[in-house]
Design a protein. Structure first.
Length: 276
């Protein structure tokens, strides 16, 4: 791996200094001396460089050079670079999803998330990217590896968990193909969305996205899932405005949308709709 795999602005060590509160300490960028946050006294973390290199090495070791060739990597950061996300797409690992109206190619997608200020745990999510509409997908709540930053945190243990938990992209694509073959009734989708969103107004906005997706993909569970991923992948141009909570939080807000979608597809209302 090239030495500049991790961007220079994320290549820094962390040091801690005590606060006036006995069970708290400051997190400091050791390169710039910038204060990044306050954490509990048991907090411990790997550097961004060590974490992302470890994740990348594990992925390439498990998938192979051919699969990882031409990997597309996109970085997002927030909170003065204390929060970082690496979004990896593998264009050589693909599958077709077909309905009676439409066919699209999806490619494997892996997201690594790391925080050194207590803002998030160490996490890796497995999913896909739809080349037709560039909607990003992450799987359900169970398709991830997560470890908290604490005094017991071990990067070696985390990498071992990741190696053991590398998910099958092709198994995921088979599930998505099953959704493409699952017809849905419009009124059933509307009722499910009202229940899931806990708001008729928000549910109707999502129903509008589903109706647009269904024009291309047909009225099926794949179109509904595509409506969800439209919401999580595209800010402000689908009826769901991204709240401006500060210049440094857009990346966090967009990832939180993806996390919300992973919860939706694991929810009881969604599963009951598919089982009907």
């Amino acid at each position: 791996m090239p030495f500049d795999f991790v961007p220079e602005y994320l290549d820094f060590n962390v040091r801690f200094e005590p606060t006036k509160v006995s069970d708290k300490k400051y997190v400091i960028n050791a390169k710039t001396d910038e204060y990044l946050g306050v954490v509990g006294d048991t907090f411990n973390c790997a550097s961004h460089d060590k974490f992302f290199n470890g994740v990348h090495d594990t992925i390439t070791e498990n998938l192979g050079e051919a699969e990882c060739d031409n990997m597309n990597m996109h970085w997002r950061t927030a909170r003065n670079n204390a929060w970082a996300m690496l979004d990896m797409t593998l264009p050589n690992v693909t599958a077709r999803i077909e309905t009676d109206k439409h066919s699209t190619t999806i490619a494997q997608r892996i997201i690594a998330l790391h925080g050194i200020d207590g803002s998030c745990s160490n996490q890796v999510f497995f999913g896909a990217i739809d080349f037709f509409c560039t909607n990003g997908m992450i799987r359900g709540e169970h398709d991830k590896v997560r470890r908290k930053n604490s005094s017991l945190f071990s990067m070696d243990r985390f990498i071992m968990d990741l190696r053991e938990s590398t998910q099958s992209f092709y198994a995921q694509s088979e599930r998505l193909q099953g959704w493409a073959r699952k017809p849905l009734v419009y009124n059933d989708v509307r009722n499910m969305l009202h229940t899931l969103m806990k708001s008729e107004r928000v549910g109707d906005k999502m129903l509008g996205l589903y109706a647009e997706e269904a024009k291309t993909r047909g009225q099926n569970a794949w179109a509904l899932y595509s409506a969800f991923t439209n919401y999580s992948s595209h800010a402000n141009d689908n009826g769901f405005q991204l709240r401006n909570t500060g210049k440094d939080t857009a990346a966090v807000s967009m990832f939180n949308r993806e996390h919300t979608v992973s919860q939706w597809i694991d929810s009881k209302p969604f599963k009951e709709l598919l089982a009907a």
